[in-house]
Design a protein around this ligand. Structure first.
Ligand code: ZN
Length: 393
């Protein structure tokens, strides 16, 4: 047995408790927030909740240290994906150790990181008490990340409106403690076309919803081709360009009936250089023109476009402060990008310097028998210890 970090034991105990809260996104996370807020408060942190509109969930922002701008944020989401229909060989909400791994829903994505961060709250606090913590450490814990990064924006807003303002964010999603500097975004829309049924020979006595949906789908397919063409030579992504697909289409009854209804779903994974606002505006303009056209034969015809998720892409910052610090703390100097979305783009859009870096592998996330290697927790503890030392300088 090799030597492990002295705080690993504490981090494991905290993780064990965090796993026991079933914070599947559909549930309230308030019991977990109560628990974590009590821990942070006991360590001397100043805590603030940013509650969801219905009051059932909350983000938690806390900080320890002097009232000085330029601190570091440790960011994690508190929700986990469902275990429904998955074949677990252990209780997902009762953490167990097996083969140097810790099993349980959220061990890897991403309560393991949160547990390591919390295990060091007393260390940050005693550095502050000793007068040696030069800049504050912030904890930013969100809800509803797994259902489209819905919780974080209000918290980020609140953080940016207050003093002290942080400068650097570490989003602790599982990267095997590698420094990830970019990812694509996620943007999806549902388009519903309401036409009016009629005989297919009488095209001006009714409106065929399917026929009128096609030009909008063509617009999107053309946009996908443009996105493909827009990728720079040195794109780090695989595939190198942003993608757009139409994953679901529905509508119509028979070839000789004007379709009363049609709908389709499109999903865009934009690269950082893709403009989803322009894409959406273009689609809405086109929908407006088509709707006017449909109304000549069907006065009640309508087209609605719902944006269902909008998670911005995260782009590599030229000479980014977060990247520099993360490389210093981890010793990782390679280039890593990932294909999954995180809250990193949201923090970046608020003007903060961001990297994604956390323990565990994304290949274990969302899986039955989700686990984190204990060694990854250990490496994360080393990272936290170096971060304390860095903020003391
Ligand atoms: Zn996650």
């Amino acid at each position: 047995m090799t030597q492990t970090h002295p705080h690993l034991h504490t981090a494991r105990a905290i993780l064990n408790r965090l796993i026991a809260f079933d914070t599947t996104s559909r549930n309230s996370n308030l019991e977990l927030i109560d628990h974590v807020e009590a821990m942070l408060t006991a360590a001397g942190a100043r805590c603030q909740r940013i509650v969801s509109p219905d009051g059932a969930k909350a983000n938690l922002h806390a900080f320890i240290g002097p009232d000085i701008d330029g601190g570091v944020v440790l960011s994690g989401h508190t929700d986990v994906v469902p275990v429904d229909g998955q074949n677990w060989t252990c209780d997902p909400f009762d953490m167990i150790e097996r083969d140097n791994r810790l099993y349980g829903r959220g061990t890897c994505d991403m309560k393991g990181f949160i547990a390591c961060a919390l295990a060091f709250a007393p260390a940050f606090a005693s550095a502050f008490a000793a007068g040696s913590l030069k800049r504050p450490i912030h904890f930013a814990l969100s809800y509803d990340e797994e259902v489209g990064c819905l919780g974080a924006p209000a918290m980020i807003n609140s953080i940016m409106k207050q003093s002290p303002k942080p400068a650097i964010v570490f989003v602790g999603e599982p990267t095997n403690m590698k420094v990830v500097t970019a990812h694509k975004g996620l943007f999806s829309m549902r388009v519903c076309v309401q036409g009016q049924a009629g005989h297919s020979s009488l095209v001006n006595d009714g409106a065929c919803a399917v026929t009128h949906a096609v030009p909008m789908m063509q617009y999107l397919v053309d946009a996908a081709a443009n996105m493909k063409a827009a990728a720079p030579e040195d794109s780090p992504f695989d595939p190198p360009y942003g993608t757009l697909t139409i994953g679901r289409v529905q509508g119509g009854v028979a070839a000789n009936i004007l379709a009363a209804e049609a709908s389709f779903d499109t999903l865009v994974r934009p690269a950082p250089w893709d403009d989803t606002d322009a894409l959406e505006t273009g689609l809405r303009d086109l929908a407006g023109r088509i709707e006017t056209d449909m109304k000549t034969g069907a006065p009640r015809a309508s087209i609605t476009i719902d944006t269902r998720s909008d998670v911005p892409a995260f782009s590599r910052e030229p000479d980014g402060a977060a990247e520099r610090l993360a490389r210093q703390l981890t010793g990782d100097n390679a280039t890593h990008v990932v294909s999954y979305g995180t809250e990193a783009g949201q923090f970046q859009h608020a003007g903060l310097s961001v990297v994604v870096c956390g323990p565990g592998s994304i290949s274990q996330a969302h899986q039955p028998d989700e686990f984190i290697e204990i060694d990854q927790m250990d490496q994360c503890c080393v990272f936290m210890e170096r971060l304390v030392a860095h903020l003391e300088r």
